[in-house]
Design a protein around this ligand. Structure first.
Ligand SMILES: [Zn+2]
Length: 206
């Protein structure tokens, strides 16, 4: 059997769709979503995520609890933001879970200053991908905070940190720990309805 081209030692048994060659199971497991840009539909990636999750099932770090009332009240805004994350991924296929994390940490910092009445913008520390997502989400928040049409409430500054925190918590629950993980993004795609061509449209869904 041919040798794995990554380690040049072990037998190449798994077809790696990212590399376009067969590699060994050890290199697949070690480099998956670390150095290798794994496509979301790779069967070894999926099996690997399930395996990682089984090992991670020690109690997750304490997270905020969001009751049904919170979810109901903010369902429309949360859906808009979730859709915006997926639209950003379509525009920037290289987007990782880590970029989403960077963007949301900055968004939360910005939102907290705004809720306290001193608007000070914190920008994400990551690269262009997190900045793109930050700008998209911040633009949506600005628009949802403007006066809305009849029968529609504008998003209140005091609610924004909580809504952003809700997304952060779901990201921590669903992301893998690997640097190039897209496990959260794949999870979000799996639960979202098909994207609309324009996420700037009907903003607050009742
Ligand atoms: Zn190898």
């Amino acid at each position: 059997m041919a040798k794995c081209p990554l380690c040049s030692r072990r037998s190449a048994k798994r077809h790696c769709p990212a590399k376009g060659v067969k590699i060994c199971p050890t290199c697949c497991g070690t480099h998956r979503e670390v150095e290798i840009e794994c496509p979301s539909d790779c069967t070894y990636l999926r099996a690997g995520r399930t395996y990682d999750e089984g090992r991670r099932r020690s109690p997750p770090p304490p997270q905020r609890e969001f009751g049904p009332q919170f979810r109901h009240r903010h369902a429309g805004v949360i859906a808009v933001l979730a859709q915006a994350i997926l639209s950003e991924r379509e525009d920037t296929p290289s987007l990782y879970d880590n970029d989403v994390r960077d963007a949301f940490e900055a968004l939360k910092a910005t939102a907290k200053t705004r809720a306290s009445g001193v608007y000070y913008e914190t920008l994400p520390e990551g690269g262009a991908a997190s900045m793109g997502l930050y700008r998209r989400i911040q633009g949506l928040i600005d628009r949802m905070m403007e006066p809305q049409g009849p029968g529609r409430d504008a998003l209140r500054a005091g609610d924004v940190p909580d809504v952003l925190d809700f997304i952060s918590v779901s990201l921590e629950l669903h992301s893998g720990g690997r640097p190039k993980s897209r496990q959260y993004l794949d999870w979000l795609s799996s639960i979202a309805p098909a994207p609309t061509p324009d996420d700037q449209g009907g903003l607050i869904v009742p």
